[in-house]
Design a protein. Sequence first.
Lengths: 116, 152
Amino acid sequence: MNAKVETLRSLEEFDHILRDIETADYQAVGFQAVKASDDFIKTAEREREKLTRKVDPKLLAMYERIMKRYGGRVVVQVIREFCGGCYVKLPSELASRCRTELVTCPNCGRFLYYVK
Amino acid sequence: MTLTSLLRPDRINLDLKAKKKPEALRELVHMIRQGDDADLLLATLTKREELGSTGIGKGIAIPHGRSLLIDKLEMAVGRSTKGVEYDSIDHKAAHLFFLIMAPPQDPGNQYLITLGRVAMVCQELTKKKRLFDPQTPDDLIELVRSLEEKIR
């Protein structure tokens, strides 16, 4: 997987973790941070911050925009040449390029990645 | 949605070989995915563990995460008689593992509800000291069913 896509994918997974751990249902289970004295949410926010520093600011802005718009599924898998986010058929050349390059869906703008 | 409806005998391994956390997570993930997908799920779970262990103590661990590779809620269960070093909050070995994987968005937030239900069922399991009672995957599903009915 392209390194930029991998970082964006990690970022999205972090955002899902953050969204969940802020809920009362999640907190009721009793998970703790690595150091029990640390605030779990702040630990996650710090880690997210570290991750965002690895992302090109323009890409990060695109990411934030798509996340705001769709609430998730920002970085999606290409499934048989279809976008895994909006399910539109992708041009073969584009679907092929996403194996090595950072490519976005021409329809929804989501970042695409390919898994064998 | 009941826990029982999410459990499948072929996704329950009552004899995990793992001695440490990474191996245990690998064994659990391989019950639901193979190849590249398994590696990506493993990376998701590892990242979550880095924030804080999902070992909630008393021999129980609930590794969990949301992944773009998952379309609907999926579970796998593992048990280790000898125990796994898991950095649990009580610093004791973990014996019973409930892996929960969810899609990035799920209607009605079933993921968090399921997480809560698993935690409650596990509390009952440890309270009644029944962690090692099930001899087969079907036994475990039956036990979860009976405990789940009590917490409804």
